[in-house]
Design a protein around this ligand. Structure first.
Ligand code: TYD
Length: 202
């Protein structure tokens, strides 16, 4: 029983997702919709423990272990937070979801894309976003926005960033019905207008 809408926001670090989610949330609340802002990794409860390891652990983390931690977090998030909110008819605005694992662990770390897609299917029990908005950002803008205090993922380097960015471009090409790409090289206001147009079309 799915009554709400599931919208995910994706993009490389510093692409401006968080700002756009907040603006869209205000827009939807003004229109009288019930919304839920959430994120991966680490929405609430157990997810916060995964987030702590994924972003702050200082030792080596193997790419496969990293993937499973993101996927474990996702499974918990889908079952305990996303599905109940969808049932309640909420519009869910989710900061990162399955495409992050494809872009970061698949394209970025070089893990097999077919396997990642399969594991994503298991973690989500087949639930797919109604709409995914990718904000495309170049590395200079990203680094400026992220600043000098970087977490484990943000410290992975330029080549990694470029692979992730390219991964997102491929994802948008391969799934054009669900995934929409917006350049983040524009004003916050203009990007917001484009986001609203996409959401209104749902
Ligand atoms: P976060 O601080 O939430 O960054 P942002 O504000 O850019 O979303 O950190 C999440 C980091 O985890 C980000 O660098 C992307 C990475 N990530 C993956 O590598 N794989 C995943 O499946 C997810 C959900 C996130």
């Amino acid at each position: 029983m799915r009554k709400g809408l599931f919208i995910t926001f994706e993009g490389a670090d510093g692409c401006g997702k968080t700002t756009q989610i907040k603006l869209l949330n205000s827009y939807l609340l003004n229109k009288g919709f019930e919304t839920l802002i959430t994120r991966e990794p680490g929405a609430i409860g157990l997810g916060e423990k995964f987030r702590e390891i994924l972003l702050n652990y200082e030792g080596d983390v193997s790419p496969t272990c990293e993937s499973f931690l993101f996927l474990a977090d996702r499974a918990q998030h889908v079952d305990c937070i996303i599905k109940p909110a969808l049932k309640d008819g909420k519009i869910i605005l989710c900061d990162r979801h399955t495409d992050s694992t494809v872009a970061y662990q698949g394209y970025g770390r070089g893990l097999d894309l077919g396997r990642i897609n399969y594991l994503n299917e298991i973690a989500t029990a087949g639930l797919r976003p109604d709409l995914t908005i990718i904000l495309d950002v170049d590395i200079e803008t990203s680094m400026k926005r992220v600043g000098s205090e970087r977490d484990r993922m943000e410290s992975a380097g330029t080549d990694f960033f470029n692979r992730v960015r390219n991964g997102y471009l491929q994802i948008a090409k391969q799934d054009p019905d669900r995934v929409k790409l917006i350049s983040s090289a524009d004003t916050i206001e203009n990007i917001h207008k484009k986001v609203v147009e996409l959401v209104e079309s749902l």
